[in-house]
Design a protein around this ligand. Structure first.
Ligand SMILES: [Zn+2]
Length: 466
């Protein structure tokens, strides 16, 4: 290799390198050379000179591409314990919308920093946020950790739906919602920061007018980005769409003419047969969010058709959704996706672990503006790399590293994480931020908004607290 191209960082002696490249190569005793934030060289450790490079010895480690969490509400990270045992309607209208309305800009910044730190520690190097009302605080909090993100401003323009009434602070008309969405796209979609971009977003079909959806689609097209929404995540969103519009959610999007591969639809669990046909024809990106469905029993595995849609060529990514359902760990989400579908179909072949890893990496990348830069470990791609420590029970014996990763491991075994060649997690701790200070700030922040939200009335513990 000519000296000018010599790596400045060398990850050497990697036991197993899972590339997720087009040939899906797995390389033993591997090395990755990094220069200017990109992957400059991949091969066997014995084949590359370490001269002039910073070297990290990765003996006993498995390397994967950084995971892409295709759906994570960074502003929900302070809501663990607030929305348990709640059906979809109660989850949204009794718990999470009031929670969201109670947050101020500082709360959202702390929540986003907390979310991004947990994502990074579990190997997520990029996430797509469906948005909230303080997107600038989400950006400030999340990017302080070194993660990549797609930010959004969340939009609703219908105060009432069959499902319920929005909190007053979240109510705005169509023009205001579109103007504010455009401001966010203007500021962040082409920010010049290679770790930041933006999408257009409406949070669900039941509180969105046709004019809002069409206006956001036009904005997404103008800024060359995605339009994202939640859809079909429980019987109640399906039934209320039929009650109000005379058609199911995907049928409505089809009628509006907004479905294409630049749309990202989260959940897509409750589908009628004609909606399956529409999705197979239009091929929007879909997001499987296992833990949020399992936590509150939304029925997305029982009713979902994601394995079939993948077989029909639809791109399906993976998302952890929010801390309200507990887990924010894409490693565990991979297992839940595989095992959830195996169980409800009584078929062990329906989703192998390799498919789950593709969903968490290369499929997620295809849904971002960085499809050719992230999602796999290939020469020329950005050096977004995760290293797992295999000197732990769940990683032994190590016969098939993809099976260990998906079926046995959790994100807790992540040792080092790199974003664009920068080490952002070292020995399991975030490098850029003071985690001790963050954990001091979290209870203070929750204490402040809990008074506004009246959390004591919202959550009654079943067991006595003395
Ligand atoms: Zn969500």
């Amino acid at each position: 290799m000519p000296a000018a191209d010599a790596p400045t960082l060398l990850l050497r002696n990697i036991d197993w390198l899972i590339t997720v490249d087009p040939e899906r190569r797995i390389i033993r005793d591997a090395a990755i050379g990094v220069k200017d934030g990109r992957i400059a060289w991949i091969g066997k450790s014995a084949e590359i000179s370490a001269s002039g490079a910073d070297v990290i010895d990765c003996a006993g480690m498995v390397a994967t591409p950084g995971f892409i969490d295709a759906h994570l509400h960074s502003s929900f990270h302070l809501s663990r314990g607030l929305a348990d045992e709640a059906g979809a309607q109660s989850f949204l209208f009794d718990r999470m919308y009031p929670y969201e309305a109670a947050l101020d800009a500082d709360d959202v910044r702390i929540s986003a920093q907390f979310a991004a730190s947990e994502l990074l520690r579990h190997g997520v190097t990029c996430f797509i946020d469906p948005g909230n009302y303080h997107p600038e605080s989400s950006v400030e909090g999340a990017l302080s950790t070194g993660i990549r993100m797609l930010v959004s401003r969340s939009s609703f323009d219908l105060t009432k739906s069959v499902l319920g009434i929005l909190p007053e602070r979240m109510i705005e008309n169509t023009d205001v919602a579109l103007t504010r969405a455009e401001e966010v796209l203007q500021r962040y979609a082409r920010s010049g920061n290679p770790r930041l971009s933006a999408t257009a977003s409406f949070r669900g079909l039941n509180n969105a007018s046709d004019a809002l959806i069409l206006g956001l689609k036009e904005l997404a097209g103008r800024f060359g980005t995605l339009l994202q929404t939640h859809a079909c995540f429980s019987y109640s969103t399906h039934d209320s769409s039929v009650a109000r519009c005379g058609m199911a959610e995907i049928e409505r999007l089809e009628k509006l003419g907004v479905l294409d591969d630049r749309m990202l639809i989260v959940h897509s669990g409750w589908l009628e047969p004609q909606e399956v046909a529409i999705l197979a024809r239009r091929k929007p990106a879909l997001v499987c969010a296992p833990s949020s469905s399992l936590h509150n029993g939304y029925g997305n595995f029982v009713m979902g058709k994601l394995p079939e849609l993948m077989a029909l060529g639809v791109n399906v990514a993976l998302g952890s959704d929010h801390a309200s359902s507990g887990i924010v760990d894409m490693v565990q989400e991979m297992r839940l996706a595989c095992c959830g579908y195996k169980e409800v179909r009584a078929n062990p072949r329906v989703m192998p672990p390799e498919t789950a890893l593709e969903m968490a990496t290369i499929n997620g990348a295809r849904a971002t503006p960085w499809a050719n830069r992230i999602g796999s470990i290939e020469t020329g791609r950005d050096a977004d790399i995760v290293l797992f420590d295999t000197n732990r029970p769940e990683w032994q014996p190590l016969i098939n590293p993809v099976a260990n990763l998906v079926y046995s491991a959790t994100g807790d075994s992540v040792r080092h994480v790199f974003v664009a060649g920068e080490q952002v997690v070292k020995n399991g701790r975030c490098v850029r931020i003071d985690e001790t200070e963050l954990y001091r700030q979290i209870p203070r922040t929750v204490g402040r908004f809990s008074q506004r939200l009246k959390v004591k009335d919202m959550v009654q513990l079943r067991w006595p607290v003395l």
